[in-house]
Design a binder for this molecule. Sequence first.
Ligand code: NDP
Length: 250
Amino acid sequence: MLEVWLKPAILAWIALGGLALGVLLVVKAPYGRHARTGWGPSIPNRLGWILMETPSVLVMACLFLMADVRGPCSWIFLGIWQAHYIHRAWVFPFRVRGTPGRMPLFIAVSGLSFNLVNAFINGAWLFLLSNRADPSWLGDPRFISGVVLFGIGFVINLVSDTHLLTLRAENRGYQIPRHPLFRHISCPNYLGEIMEWTGWALATWSLPGLAFAIWTFCNLAPRARSHHRWYQENFSDYPPARKALFPKVF
Ligand code: NDP
């Protein structure tokens, strides 16, 4: 039953990601430096992050437990997913120091809905429908290169977020990031995140993995563009050669 409707549902989901890209190029997601009034009730940022991201941890864990067969690859997929999401849901929100911010409830509910669908399609495909539990997948070049790409992206995301959080903790308002990872682009944290889920798509070699990579790009490329323009408008000494997301390109 799941097999029958999952594929068309994911194709529709990918199309929705494309629509989100179009909307986000016009309307900046109203949180962080782009927060503004007119988006309904708001909640503390920390609560928002926990609410948005926790479903990804729990849904994936439940689907893993429901699997009839588990192999070493299943454990690796669970491990890298949870390394990212346990940090994002339960560690990252407590690493944000400085003046507490708020986000619209609408953003938290949108993020939560996205994560419910995303974790469900990825977990269901990995643990209930595919044969990725088979140990032979461990030696497949797609698996190996995907896991390596995920790992590099994870480190880039973590290190650049850490630099931004350090600047934020100084309570001096937004500053120009000077860490080497920011030398060529304004948003290496977003580039790292895109690399992570592109690596995931490669390692799982699956339609849900591809959908996640596409959605991540659709979410973060417009936000990187908005951040980049914001820096250029607010700092006259912003490094002119710095791009938004991809060195020398965009
Ligand atoms: P931002 O880069 O906008 O902000 C990260 C943190 O650093 C915030 O606490 C922000 O404060 C602070 N900060 C950012 N720039 C500066 C600066 N120049 N000076 C001082 N403080 C700064 O990232 P997001 O909040 O959009 O995202 C956080 C994480 O979540 C990222 O790793 C991102 O990749 C991930 N994410 C993933 C998504 C996906 O689709 N997979 C979607 C959205 C986020 P403040 O909040 O006050 O601006």
